[in-house]
Design a protein around this ligand. Structure first.
Ligand code: GLY
Length: 366
């Protein structure tokens, strides 16, 4: 079992462990019980996770109070589902002595975490991520929330988990497209912080794509270390944590312009190539390195050019509406090199002339 500690000055203060292994899902509830004793457990999961058999493995057939989200995914990520989760917790006569167990991918973790943040003014949550995106990114760092009718994550809270249990065996049942899209977060981490990790991904892509348990555990460990380092230095995204949005300025615009038909990781892959080209246009990086990044993304099976029919003005409009834009001007995280982020005047997300962004987007669409 690999263990990584995350220190959290923010709510709840203290630290938590990320525990990484395979074949441990059946022991998670007793481990969570030992960590947070004398508490009732309430599981939040979704219909896909149940169909994959992970709920059954987690509970080992024992009766535990739960809420199963259906339909799965973004469609249910709203306040209505949070109300249903809280209603189910009340119907089970649960109180402040409850621990929420979030079993699933990014949307389950976000919703379970948010329900835990607000139930009776806050109860602990233990994250048990079952997808590549959740194991690499969303289960760690305490971001929770749901969408409004207008925008993503409009309602939210920072609510750090009390523990994260990553059982890489849960990835075995993950649909191929979801599996590959989540690997974009691993490439992102490598580009931001660890050139050796990038080499590993480049050289061991066959094992990664075959979901080899050792490779999966290695990815989970390096991803967790990088994410833990960033979030403990800047838990509420005042500055450094913005680097985790590498590729997201263009990526979010692509998601919105394609009506969310691309998965998050697919849009982020395009966004990382765009950020690489923008970096080159402002004198950072070089074409050979960007070529290596494109090759790795392409090997995974992720897109590296804009889907047909996406107009540059639509993307620019979406970027000006991005919640991280300052005075409607989008900011970009850029790289100095593979494994090294560029910063200017102590800021990790920097402004780029609009003509440069426009030129790069047009180039990616041609
Ligand atoms: N997914 C980006 C972050 O956790 O800040």
């Amino acid at each position: 079992m690999k263990e990584i500690e995350v220190k959290t000055p923010a709510r709840p203060a203290g630290s938590y462990k990320i525990l990484i292994s395979h074949g441990m899902l059946g022991k998670v509830l007793s481990a969570a019980g030992a960590l947070l004793p004398k508490r009732s457990l309430f599981i939040v999961t979704d219909a896909n996770v149940v169909a994959a058999g992970h709920l059954q493995t987690l509970t080992r057939g024992k009766k535990v109070n739960k809420y199963v989200i259906e339909p799965c995914g973004e469609e249910s990520k709203n306040l209505g589902t949070i109300a249903k989760i809280v209603d189910a917790m009340e119907a089970a006569s649960l109180g402040r002595d409850t621990t929420v167990i979030a079993l699933g991918g990014g949307t389950v973790g976000d919703m379970a975490g948010f329900a835990a943040a607000i139930f009776k003014r806050g109860v602990p949550v233990v994250q048990v991520p079952t997808t590549t995106v959740a194991q690499a990114d969303s289960a760690i760092g305490g971001k929770t929330g749901v969408d409004s009718s207008q925008s993503k994550n409009a309602y939210g809270a920072f609510h750090h988990p009390s523990a994260v249990f990553i059982d890489v065996d849960t990835l075995k049942t993950l649909d191929e497209r979801q599996f590959k899209a989540g690997l974009a977060e691993s490439v992102k981490h490598a580009l931001l912080a660890d050139a050796e990790y990038f080499e590993y991904l480049d050289k061991n892509m066959d094992e990664v794509l075959a979901r080899d348990p050792d490779a999966m555990e290695h990815l989970a460990e390096v991803n967790s270390r990088i994410k833990a380092f960033v979030v403990q230095h800047d838990p509420e995204e005042k500055n450094l944590r913005r680097i985790l949005n590498y590729g997201h300025t263009v990526g979010h615009a692509v998601e919105s312009a394609t009506g969310y038909s691309l998965l998050h990781g697919e849009a982020i892959a395009i966004g990382m190539v765009a950020a690489g080209k923008i970096g080159m246009a402002v004198g950072l990086g070089d074409g050979r390195k960007l070529g290596r990044v494109e090759k790795v993304l392409d090997r995974i099976g992720l897109p590296v050019v804009m889907p047909k029919g996406i107009e540059t003005p639509v993307l620019l409009e979406a970027m000006s509406r991005d919640k991280k834009a300052v005075s409607k001007r989008p900011r970009f995280v850029l790289l100095e090199d593979i494994g090294k982020v560029h910063s200017k005047d102590g800021q990790w997300a920097v402004e780029v002339p609009e003509e440069t962004v426009e030129k790069v987007l047009a180039e990616l669409s041609s």
